[in-house]
Ligand binder design. Structure first.
Ligand code: CUA
Length: 160
């Protein structure tokens, strides 16, 4: 192998390692992950999606619940043109898991100023994690066009 080739391969290997480490650090230490669609809602024959969502845990009881010390899960249903619940109260500094689904069309789930930004697909459950360090009121917006009243689709996250 040529000397330059060896140098080139060495540089490539180092860069690849650096990028993989950065990716692992971002994902594991900083909790920056692609919003994942981990699960789907099962629709029984003769049932519509809205009914299926409303009878499937955790969406049969949407809202905020504590899942551990300083850990909370926020289960939200998106539909044209509301989020339910539309007032979400969570403590500052806690690990928050957002689980969101849609009963009708594709919606967005975006909290400006945070890394929370997911596409909500009907019948799929989108999951993301976040920790609010600062207290205050955050806006939760739909950022996927979902029809006539899309621009009015929002909710409030109160971090206390
Ligand atoms: Cu929902 Cu745009």
């Amino acid at each position: 192998m040529e000397r330059y080739e060896r140098i080139f391969f060495a540089i490539s290997a180092v860069m690849l390692t650096v990028f993989l480490c950065a990716l692992a650090y971002a994902s594991i230490a900083m909790h920056i992950n692609l919003p994942s669609s981990q699960a789907t809602i099962t629709v029984k024959p003769g049932e519509n999606l809205a009914t299926a969502v409303l009878t499937t845990p955790p969406f049969n009881h949407p809202g905020v619940r504590q899942t551990g010390p300083n850990q909370y899960e926020v289960d939200v249903i998106a539909q044209a043109w509301y989020f339910y619940p539309n007032k979400i109260k969570v403590p500052a500094g806690a690990d928050i898991t957002f689980k969101v689904t849609s009963v009708d069309v594709i919606h967005g789930f975006f909290i400006p100023g945070t890394t929370v930004n997911m596409m909500i697909i009907p019948g799929h459950i989108s999951v993301t994690h976040y920790r609010f360090e600062k207290r205050g009121d955050y806006l939760l917006l739909c950022n996927e066009y979902c029809g006539k009243e899309h621009h009015t689709m929002h909710a409030e996250v109160q971090v206390q």
